[in-house]
Design a binder for this molecule. Structure first.
Ligand code: PEP
Ligand code: MG
Length: 570
């Protein structure tokens, strides 16, 4: 989830299908609109017939008959007449008129008691989506809205969000996911509210519906009453006031009551959030995810990438920027990935594994990072590391790129730090060995928790088992921190756990002194640190380190947090 309130119209993204917005046309456009529909129906017919022929060739005669039903829907003259009426009499765009009528049929079928008929709605839905895509002239088109919207979807992958016009997104509401799924992380970096785990929402709502999203309470209200809206506005105003107070001290260092300094960094992913990162009060960028710049244009040149990375460095200078090299795979996949999916993407070719296998991509990125960082301070960290050899190989490629650039007389960064993310239990267990090869370790708890506990971070069915305070997770964090200090290198945390102020006492108690969080959490985390004593945090850790119940451990940390800064939870 991501906090805050938003009130506005819904825009539904469905199975990569974008519901049409209510739109009117000029009367003289009516002929053209109807012609568009006839063409889209003809192309869809050709497509379905081709599928049918293929099915027969593949030996599925019976299945091929299913497509007869699809073809009948396309040839339904009555329906066509109804659409025409709405276009010529009500001046509605054909996209909207056609979609609305089909939706009516779909909903009527879904209410049938006969299970066979009820299931036919899927046929109509399939045909409708095909026709709509052809109406727009493309199979997959970037979502379209020209006004601020609340985006509703089953789930949002990074490639979905890359295609959105993010400047017009007021909030997100999605069916799946958790606080560490990408939809939630992206919402936090865009500083908009998000609610996750709203089962069935993308079918129940339609583009144009008016809703209120309350990211703090995790609720979505359809057609909120004036009283509800007023109440929420009052609450929002009070929350903004509290934020303003927090913000006053955001640029000051975060020191505990007994004088220990905690470095608070910020996580970023988009160029348009640079002002927010800069103004957040963070002392550095502890994690800049580079997948989003890559997904925006996977064929982007080294020059383009270098210029983009340079923008981040310039915005944050003289502060350090730690770029995380591409973490593609898992839940961060490119368009077209579905053509060649892996059975277990989270255990597959992702992160540093993919980079080492695709040295063309990796070297382009490393060269761009080195060029962008000329004369500046840059950190480069590798995601999903599991072996020392991966780090050694990645560093060798980095060295190779640096030597090439040197030969080309291109200036090098003034300071270059190389790090490994600790996101896999195996990596945490060999953190001591990894520490010998890097300048810093960064705990990616979003993945570390899922891999340690075998709980998919995107699967809402097992979300209750996703426990950051499970003793196994804590043990791995402790091992990593000790390895970092033992190796006299920096060690920090950049997963969402770092922003959980209920756990700040526990994290400080375990020895962490570097936390990197989304921009709207920096001031809050700093304020939490300032109200805690490092010594009492160490005592807390000592008192919970042998407990086995994740809820009890969380409760003990929360107890300290709530007694020291109850106001920060409001
Ligand atoms: C993590 O896994 O904690 C992390 C920071 O990386 P991401 O959320 O991008 O997987
Ligand atoms: Mg990760």
């Amino acid at each position: 989830m991501s906090g805050g309130l938003a009130h506005g119209v819904v825009h539904v993204l469905k199975d990569q299908f974008d519901e049409p917005e209510p739109e009117t046309i000029r009367p003289e456009q009516a002929d053209h609109e109807m012609e568009r529909l006839r063409k889209a129906l003809a192309v869809t017919r050709g497509e379905i017939e081709a599928l049918q022929r293929q099915m027969v060739v593949d030996g599925g005669e019976a299945e091929a008959d299913i497509f007869d039903a699809h073809l009948l829907i396309l040839d339904d003259v009555t329906l066509l007449k109804q659409v025409e009426k709405r276009v010529r009499v009500e001046w509605l765009s054909v996209d909207y008129a056609y979609y609305q009528l089909m939706l009516k049929n779909i909903n009527a079928l879904r209410r049938m008691s006969d299970p066979y008929l009820r299931e036919r709605f899927l046929d109509i839905k399939d045909v409708t989506h095909r026709v709509m895509r052809h109406l727009r002239g493309e199979m997959l088109e970037a979502p379209m809205f020209d006004h601020p919207v609340i985006v509703v979807a089953k789930d949002l992958t990074p490639s979905d969000t890359v295609q959105l016009d993010r400047s017009r997104v007021l909030a997100f509401a999605v069916e799946t996911g958790s606080a560490v799924s990408h939809a939630a992380i992206i919402a936090r970096s865009m500083n908009v509210p998000a609610v996750v785990r709203l089962a069935g929402i993308s079918d129940e709502l339609h583009s144009g519906d008016l809703v209120l999203i309350d990211g703090d309470e995790g609720v979505l209200i359809l057609n909120p009453s004036e009283t509800t809206l007023n109440e929420s506005r009052v609450r929002e105003a009070a929350a903004e006031k509290r934020e303003d107070v927090l913000h006053e001290r955001r640029h000051e260092a975060a020191q505990t009551l007994d004088g220990e300094t905690v470095l608070v960094g910020v996580n970023g992913e988009f160029l348009e959030e640079l002002d927010g990162l800069k103004d957040s009060g963070a002392e550095e960028v502890g994690l800049f995810r580079t997948e989003f710049l890559h997904l925006a244009d996977p064929t982007a040149s080294e020059d383009w990438l270098a210029a983009a990375y340079h923008q981040v460095i310039v915005a944050m200078a003289p502060r350090l920027v730690i770029f995380r090299t591409l973490d593609l795979g898992g839940d961060k996949v490119e368009e077209g990935y579905s053509l060649n999916p892996e059975p277990n993407p989270f255990l597959g070719w992702r992160g540093i594994r993919l980079s080492l296998g695709r040295t063309d991509l990796f070297k382009r990125q490393l060269r761009a990072l080195l060029r962008a960082g000329a004369w500046s301070r840059v950190g480069i960290m590798f995601p999903m590391v599991t072996t020392v050899e991966e780090v050694v190989a990645a560093k060798a490629l980095l060295q190779e790129c640096a030597a090439e650039l040197d030969a080309e007389k291109i200036a090098a960064p003034a300071e270059l730090l190389v790090g490994a993310m600790i996101e896999v239990p195996g990596a945490a267990l060999i953190a001591g060995a990894l520490a010998k090869h890097v300048d810093f370790l960064s705990l990616g708890t979003n993945d570390l928790v899922q891999y340690t506990l075998a709980v998919d971070r995107l699967n809402d069915r097992v979300a209750d088992l996703y426990q950051t305070t499970h003793p196994a997770v804590l043990r791995l964090i402790e091992l990593t921190v000790q390895a970092g200090y033992g190796g006299v290198i920096r060690v920090g945390m950049c997963g969402e756990m770092a922003a959980d102020i209920g756990l700040t006492p526990l994290l400080l108690g375990m020895g962490l002194r570097e936390l990197s969080v989304s921009s709207n959490q920096v001031a809050r985390v700093k304020a939490a640190v300032r109200r805690l004593g490092a010594a009492e945090c160490r005592e807390l850790w000592e008192s919970v380190r042998d407990l086995t119940d994740p809820a009890a451990i969380r409760g003990m940390s929360l107890g300290v947090a709530e007694s020291r800064y109850p106001d920060l939870f409001e």
